[in-house]
Design a protein around this ligand. Structure first.
Ligand code: CA
Length: 222
C-alpha cells in the first residue's frame, strides 16, 4: 500500500511519514503543491494525504488537477480549523474525507484504513463479467481463470461495449460513435483491426467466449 503525503509543515509531514511507515505503508513525502501534484499524477498511490494551505499550488488546486487527470486514488484532506470553506470546497472537488489538525494518530490511521479499503470495493465495481471472462477497468485487462492479458485503452472500450451488450449486435457505426466520436475519421477497417486483436487475446486466454461477426452489420459476443 503506497501513500503520498503532501504537507508543508515539515515536522508534521515527517511525523506522518514515520507513523505510516511504522504501520507498513510505503510513503513518499513532498512539502509543496507542485511536487505533490507531479507525483500524484504518476497514479501509483493507493491514498493521498493532502494539506490545503501549501506553497506553490494549494491543496484544492492539486486535488482538482488530480481528478481532472482521472486519478481516482482516495484523497484525505488535512485542514486547519479555520479552513471550513476550503473543506467543503475540497469535498465538492472530489476529496473522500478530511481530518482537522491537530489530530490524534489513531484517528488518522483509521481514516486511511477506511479509505484504502473503500478503494478495494470500487475496484470490484469496476469489473465486468461475461461467462468465464472478466474485464477489469482499473488494470485495463481481461482475465479468464488464472490468465490475464493487458488491453490497450481502445481495445478495453470496445470490449466493455461488447460485454455490456452481450448477444446483441453492435454496429460498426455505433462502436465508432461511442468510442471515437461521430466527428472522427476512423474507418470500418480500423474497427476490424481492433476486433482482430481482441479475438487473438480472448483466444490466448483460453476463454469460452467469442466475438462473432454479423456480416455487413457489426459484432456480437457469444
Ligand atoms: Ca500547510
Amino acid at each position: 500500500m503506497k501513500i503520498l503525503v503532501v504537507e508543508d509543515e515539515i515536522q508534521l509531514a515527517d511525523a506522518l511519514s514515520e507513523l505510516l511507515k511504522r504501520n507498513m505503508y510505503s510513503v513518499d513525502t513532498f512539502y509543496n503543491g507542485i511536487d505533490g501534484l507531479d507525483n500524484a499524477l504518476t497514479g501509483v498511490y493507493d491514498c493521498i494525504l493532502l494539506d490545503i494551505m501549501l506553497p506553490g499550488m494549494n491543496g484544492i488546486e492539486v486535488l482538482r488537477e488530480i481528478r481532472r487527470e482521472k486519478i481516482n486514488a482516495p484523497v484525505l484532506l488535512l485542514t486547519a480549523r479555520s479552513e471550513v470553506d476550503d473543506k467543503i470546497n475540497g469535498l465538492d472537488c472530489g476529496a473522500d474525507d478530511y481530518l482537522t489538525k491537530p489530530f490524534v494518530t489513531g484517528e488518522l490511521l483509521a481514516r486511511v484504513r477506511a479509505l484504502t479499503c473503500r478503494k478495494g470495493e470500487i475496484v470490484d465495481e469496476n469489473r465486468f463479467e461475461y461467462k468465464d471472462v472478466a474485464l477489469h477497468k482499473n488494470t485495463c485487462s481481461l482475465s479468464c481463470g488464472a490468465n490475464d492479458i493487458k488491453l490497450s485503452l481502445k481495445e478495453y472500450l470496445v470490449m466493455e461495449m461488447l460485454i455490456a451488450n452481450p448477444v446483441q449486435i453492435l454496429t460498426k457505426e455505433r462502436i465508432i460513435e461511442k468510442i471515437w466520436g461521430s466527428e472522427s475519421d476512423v474507418e470500418y477497417n480500423n474497427i476490424e483491426v481492433y476486433i482482430s486483436f481482441l479475438r487473438k487475446k480472448i483466444a490466448s486466454l483460453g476463454a469460452d467466449i467469442q466475438i462473432k461477426t454479423a456480416r455487413g452489420i457489426g459484432y456480437f459476443l457469444e
